[in-house]
Write a protein that binds this ligand. Sequence first.
Ligand SMILES: Cc1ncc(C[n+]2csc(CCOP(=O)(O)OP(=O)(O)O)c2C)c(N)n1
Length: 633
Amino acid sequence: MGSLLQAIDDPADLRKLPRAQLKALADELRAYVLDSVSRTGGHLSSNLGTVELTIALHYVFNTPYDRLVWDVGHQTYPHKILTGRRDRMASLRQFGGLSGFPQRAESEYDAFGTAHSSTSISAALGMALAAKHKGEHRKAVAIIGDGAMSAGMAFEALNNAGVAECDLLVILNDNDMSISPPVGALNRYLAQLMSGQFYAAAKNVGKNVLRVAPPLFELAKRLEEQAKGMIVPATLFEKFGFNYIGPIDGHDLDSLVPTLENIKHLGGPQFLHVVTRKGQGYKLAEADPVAYHGPGKFDPAVGIVKPAKAPKQTFTQVFGQWLCDMGAKDERLVGITPAMREGSGLVEFQQRFPNRYFDVGIAEQHAVTFAAGLACEGLKPVVAIYSTFLQRAYDQLVHDVALQNLPVVFALDRAGIVGADGPTHAGAYDIAYLRCIPNVSIACPADENECRGLLTTAFEQDHPVAVRYPRGAGVGAAVAPGLEPLPFAKGEIRRARSASADGGVAILAFGTLLHPALAAAERLNATVVNMRWAKPLDTALLLEVAARHAAIVTVEEGCVMGGAGSAVAEALQAAGVVKPVLQLGLRDEFIEHGDPAMLLSLQGLDAAGIEASVRERFGDAVERVPPALKVVS
Ligand SMILES: Cc1ncc(C[n+]2csc(CCOP(=O)(O)OP(=O)(O)O)c2C)c(N)n1
């Protein structure tokens, strides 16, 4: 580590440096980011792009008194390093270590917790107005990328902020990239601003108008810079009530620092357009910012290397393949992603079916209602979306899709524990939040092959169906190449308890936790049912199993509250069956970042944990309990 960086334990140390040394500091900081991310994995390209901006912000503003709100927060590694967390970067995204995103509990410099995008302007506006209300003279700064700026929520905040008369600075960090190339009209508009054509075109309009009166033309020429406001159409952001400044080079500290110093003394809503490059300073990331958006560990001298042995197929890949195969078979199929082409497995689909592929930008709400519109006209939309991001589009799901009973398939990736990304990205709630909506069905495949079969089943329905599957690989089940559906709303008995008489427990598994449930059942002599559907529940199978067992245990990788286990308890109640039900799933707490297998184990959802919970609840002799079980208190 360089000596300048070594000496910075908080931004106050940074502010003591002469301006002339900031460039050298930036070089050290960039090298440190690259080195630490190569050891831990994490977001790289975006962080290499914010090195100078981060230095300039902490140099000019009086943080933490002044508030910095980083949108998404995946670009805050330089910020973490400069705000007292330099030596903990080795623990990034690991259990007990630093979060990959800003967290209020982690540092007073993390003014607002982020990870889901496009919230920064709203939060910073709230802070700016609170300061005004309390008579405090702090500044609030939102730093938002061009990808995040495309979301409706960012525009809702801009719309509100421009008339709010408070000291808010919005910095647009424009690198002309989302995770993948950006989409939409806003992006084209920003590119125009950046290339200067906007001003050039506008100037020509002015000249043409003024040329008829030569003396005026001379005047206009001299005043060209100052007269911008007179002859250049206002930017979109000025129309929102902001003072627009830029675009400036976001890697040039000699532009950034004086510009921010000037802005600091301006009152009212300010908008600074900064142009940066994703992956700046690391050739491989500059050349391929998509691959280096969120790499695992790698050797910086070599770059990302493909593993020699093909890793197990992920659920995302199973989905991607299914989408292509079903797309080839049925021309009505259209694939939709809200800015997650790579993460959701749609790269090949886009290549093969460009006219049926829609990346709508970071716009989950729009994605869902857009799908509803497509479905109204007889197309068969498949919305590929992470469980956690569908939360954003809840009303659209209820009001636009379910209420109209439209046949939209939701391919819910990252359902359950996600690991390094932590609580902001966990897919913990989808069964609970979907289950209560009429017309919606929920399938929970237990392995890769079932995932393909259940996607086909979902596609064949004439109502909304969500198929939820976890991050990464499953047990490695061979995936049959055909497009055979599995039966709708039907489960199957996977293991029958060996006993001459009825009694013992039946474990009802929803999704991939079937496999630890089967392992636990060996030791508990339990029956195991692969339920496959959280809604509609296979009630006939449930009642049949309940009649023959002393107790029911439900297992799911989703929140216990309101989850599939609750559905089982409700169904038993409704049928008038009194039977003890032990519901196992994610506890009523936010789950930290860390290794997914370890986190599952901490939640008691590995084989040993399931066995222990069952024995704790029903006693050690659970294998032999008769059907009329007295529950151990
Ligand atoms: C609501 C929501 N949808 C999707 C994502 C996934 N996501 C994380 S970063 C990102 C791209 C952000 O692009 P931009 O704001 O331009 O930042 P950059 O990475 O280019 O610096 C996306 C889509 C998210 N974090 N939140």
